[in-house]
Design a protein around this ligand. Sequence first.
Ligand SMILES: *Cc1c(COP(=O)(O)O)cnc(C)c1O
Length: 400
Amino acid sequence: MPGFELFGDAERKEVNDVLESGVLMRYGFDGMRNGHWKAKELEKELETRFKVNHAQLTTSGTSAISVALAILGVGAGDEVIMPTFTFVASFESILTAGATPILVEVDDTLTLSPEAVEAAITPRTKVIMPVHMCGAMADLDALKAICKKHNLFLLEDACQAFAGTYKGEYLGTIGDVGCFSFDFVKTITCGEGGAVVTNDNTLAKFADHFSDHGHTHEGNDRGAELHPFIGYNYRISELNAAVGLAQIRRTDEFLDIQKRNKKILKDALSTIPEVSFRRLPDEEGDSATFLSFFMPTAELSKEVVVAFKEHGVDAYWNYFDNNWHYVRRWEHLKEVKSLFPLSKEIKEGLQNLSEVSFPQSDHWIARNISCLIKLSWTEEEVQARAANMVKAIQSVLAKV
Ligand SMILES: *Cc1c(COP(=O)(O)O)cnc(C)c1O
């Protein structure tokens, strides 16, 4: 997955453009910047590549989700439905908005279970936020239908599925709003950065203003601009945007490598009848950043994790005991360890969270192993890796 593996001359050139002018800010200073507008150019690239009307860069994927929630009008008393398997950023952004995160089961897609989503809807629900984990998509047709039926917003967290598609449309552009992350370990990186995309002109204007203190970005006197509503500072710097600009131009190159490498590993594991694969609602749209598979039991999965290590296979995860990606280890959330007081609604919502169990999520996450697909492997390395993975799994199965 990580674009940083292929950082090189193209990235350095874009950064040098910015360093030569010294204009590190994305807005203003028109006369000094030698015609370089890296953030604006990167937004254009996102719009063109993903066929979406508007892209707004932010400082991170987390802040992109914060902006997305703000422009959808999510706040105190509202509930946002999110999956049990994601990154902590999901609930962090919801809490930052003053809203209540409602955690919902994932299924064999490793993303939101549409049935569980529908069962979790209350009069306070405002947004359904699927997270396209480990490179591939949630069941967006089902989730879209639920949003339509209950008049809810669909916010796609596509931070881990950059350039993935669903039935020919880019992930992130299918819901009302979509979010991307360009942190250091994502498919393309800015160092730190993120983006909000939408086809809605009003939401786009809100995102533009909100992410820069409410600035309207009209005219050429920043100090004289108006502030139609309260904003915040989630502006990306030109330096970060410059790195992303070089990286986004390499998207096709990155995806081709990922798909090629993933196919070799998947073909090899397909020869083992006990191994099953994560269900992909649209196989063709997989961005191929991970190969995610299931063993028949949680115990076998644990043993495969050990066997991989013994066979020299790296960069894989079983997320069941993971501190950052799965609800089981989010004690800080369940025990409301906040530095500042939270609203009554949030506290009550989190109280409920500490009491519920997620048997369906436990079932799939305990059996799952997700392997990162790297860009820097040579073909020989991938072939050797595939052979080692098969050997490791067979050594575990031979003991049963
Ligand atoms: C990385 C990530 C984020 C947050 O992105 P940052 O840029 O690191 O803040 C949000 N959601 C998911 C699923 C992620 O993987």
